[in-house]
Design a protein around this ligand. Structure first.
Ligand SMILES: Cc1ncc(COP(=O)(O)O)c(C=O)c1O
Length: 512
């Protein structure tokens, strides 16, 4: 593959395109953005349409159509017999500026209008958008993976299984009651009936030690983490994070200017070394029930050790229990918080996975001594609301629909997981293994060290398969290679079809 094909493949893989956007528009947008950001400089030669079509796994006509569009808008020029080159936009826009300096003409309008996001990205990359020091640092870190709604994107639940009609009925009832109090900001940590329903659920299903006063309703785990970072740590303090780590947590801690110390994860979860013990964490972020993204379950010995370390170090443990509802065999695992006798654990969960991400409702269980501080911070900093959604959700849980929904999707996802495992296993060469954990919304396909998982993910993206490279979740250099393959929202037909394709792509890459 030529460097330009590589660059375009990466741009295509990273772009958050609408799933129905045709391939030629995707290629056109990706090339246009690369030209604006000067990653494709004036005068660079593009590969021939035949080569690019082969490298990106697209039809040649698709590439030709994208080239034609780029040429029509002045982004590239074709010289008969010698190929297609990136145009000099500076020269064009200078010559097309009017007296007042305002951009005129098709090219300038296109460059401005179509690329608000692109232009902003380019500005922030050069640090010139009037950002604060923190803002500059935040925007200099590559954004986390963008999940496209297309086959195998890890983490997304099956939206089509959401009980729309039932939800609508419950919501209508809440609105019919026309209760003024539901139109206010949420106080005292959120809508009481929802906090009661969550308390009950956590006690029974997750063995969490909890009283209703300890539960805060937040706008999801991201907000729970942010509150913890703000209230429990100061800028410059150390946060231990799992390595590999959920990028959302990493970003919050970085935004709060904490120093991240990556702690190795093995098959028993977080493995604290003697060197780690010489540092002083304020926060320790873990996903004990199902490590994200490797899937490891933290052993009982490690749980005890971690609780012990937290006491000795006077640190807070942030337990992110994001997908425990999806355990396909055996009993759900008890939460780490249930073993904590010293009130060192803040436990958080979310409805993003079980219901849908856009609901933006999660919960945070804080030790009794922190209730007052967290309640007032939640109110002062966030002014939480959406009480009608909270009331609907409370009814959804207390009337038994939540349990029924979880049971149903657990069955569906479990079957999809097995099908995916089966489809992949047929093609996978020696040296490639599939994770055996029985929970979550994705499988990890572990690859030999010599395989470039990022390039492999890009190759898959060119065939409309959205897998993520395991190595990109690591902070340390010592990484494992692999792919995260989500199955929850794929139909069995898609899993069969794309599973076969993905298996073949992996086999070809490993053999190369
Ligand atoms: C490890 C982990 N925690 C939490 C979440 C969900 O967070 P939120 O409730 O902010 O949607 C995700 C979503 O992908 C996740 O992967």
């Amino acid at each position: 593959m030529s460097p330009t094909s590589d660059l375009l493949a990466a741009a295509l893989a990273q772009s958050g395109f609408h799933p129905r956007l045709p391939q030629q528009r995707r290629l056109y947008e990706a090339a246009k953005a690369a030209i604006h950001q000067q990653r494709l400089g004036a005068g660079s030669k593009l590969p021939s349409s035949r080569d690019l079509a082969r490298d990106l796994g697209m039809a040649r006509n698709t590439v030709i159509a994208a080239f034609e569009q780029l040429a029509a808008e002045g982004y590239v020029v074709s010289a008969r017999g010698s190929g297609t080159y990136v145009a000099d936009l500076q020269a064009h826009s200078a010559s097309m500026r009017g007296v007042g300096g305002a951009p005129q003409g098709r090219l300038a309008a296109g460059a401005n209008a179509g690329s608000g996001v692109v232009a902003a990205a380019a500005r922030s990359a050069s640090g010139a958008a009037g950002l604060s020091r923190r803002g500059r640092e935040l925007s200099s870190v590559a954004a986390g993976p963008r999940f496209e709604i297309q086959p195998f994107a890890p983490g997304d639940p099956d939206f089509s299984s959401f009980p729309f009609k039932l939800w609508q009925r419950l919501q209508n009832r809440v609105w019919r009651e026309a209760r003024n109090d539901l139109l206010d900001y949420g106080q005292s940590g959120g809508h009481l009936p929802l906090r009661q329903a969550i308390t009950e659920y956590l006690r029974i299903s997750r063995s969490v030690k909890v009283e209703v006063e300890q539960v805060m309703i937040t706008a999801g785990t991201q907000q729970s983490l942010d509150l913890c970072a703000q209230l429990l740590a100061d800028a410059g303090d150390t946060a231990w994070v799992e390595d590999p780590c959920y990028w959302g947590a990493r970003r919050v801690f970085q935004a709060r200017e904490l120093k991240l110390r990556p702690i190795t994860v093995d098959s028993d979860g977080i493995a604290i070394s003697a060197a780690d013990l010489s540092t002083h964490p304020r926060l320790i972020y873990v996903t004990p029930s199902h490590q994200y993204p490797t899937g490891a379950v933290m052993s009982l010995a490690r749980r005890r050790e971690l609780l012990d370390v937290a006491v000795r170090k006077d640190a807070w443990i942030l337990e992110d229990d994001y997908d425990s509802e999806f355990r396909y065999t055996g009993r759900p695992l008890a939460a780490l918080q249930g073993l904590d006798n010293d009130d060192r654990v803040l436990y958080m969960g979310t409805f993003s996975k079980v219901l849908y991400p856009g609901i933006k409702v999660g919960y945070l269980v804080v030790p009794p001594a922190l209730i007052a501080a967290f309640r007032s911070a939640l109110y002062d900093l966030q002014r939480p609301g959406q009480l009608t959604v909270q009331a609907t959700l409370a009814d959804f849980i207390t009337l038994g629909h939540f349990t029924a929904h979880v049971r149903k999707i657990r069955q569906t996802y479990g079957a999809r997981r097995e099908l995916l495992r089966h489809m992949l296993a047929q093609k996978l060469p020696r040296g490639v293994t599939i994770s055996r954990e029985e929970s979550g919304l994705h499988l990890v396909v572990e690859l030999p060290d010599h395989v470039d998982d990022v390039a492999l993910a890009q190759r898959a993206a060119a065939q409309e398969i959205s897998v993520k490279a395991l190595s990109t979740y690591y902070l340390n250099k010592r990484v494992r290679r692999g792919l995260l393959v989500g199955y929850a929202y794929c139909t069995p037909e898609q899993i069969t079809d794309y599973g076969r394709k993905l298996g073949a792509i992996i086999a070809a890459e490993v053999a190369a």
